[in-house]
Design a protein around this ligand. Structure first.
Ligand SMILES: [Zn+2]
Length: 73
């Protein structure tokens, strides 16, 4: 299985505050985000089409700007 990673333009790391260091990682059906500056990982899928069934309550809205990938390629 190949893990694909792409940077999210304008995204800010919720841990270290670095800009343009957040990557979207995709491995098969799983998606997560990580920060190349501090190693932060978010196990939370950023896609809004998956309704959070047991989302953690401490997520800060607006901390990470999520831009949908350009799937048409
Ligand atoms: Zn970071």
């Amino acid at each position: 299985m190949t893990t694909r990673r792409m940077f999210i333009a304008g995204a800010t790391c919720p841990r270290c505050g670095a800009v343009d260091r957040i990557r979207l990682c995709r491995d098969g059906e799983r998606e997560w985000m990580d920060c190349v500056a501090c190693g932060y990982e978010s196990a939370e899928p950023p896609a809004a089409e998956h309704p959070p069934e047991s989302a953690p309550a401490d997520t800060t809205p607006g901390a990470v700007k999520w831009l949908p990938p350009r799937a048409a390629r």
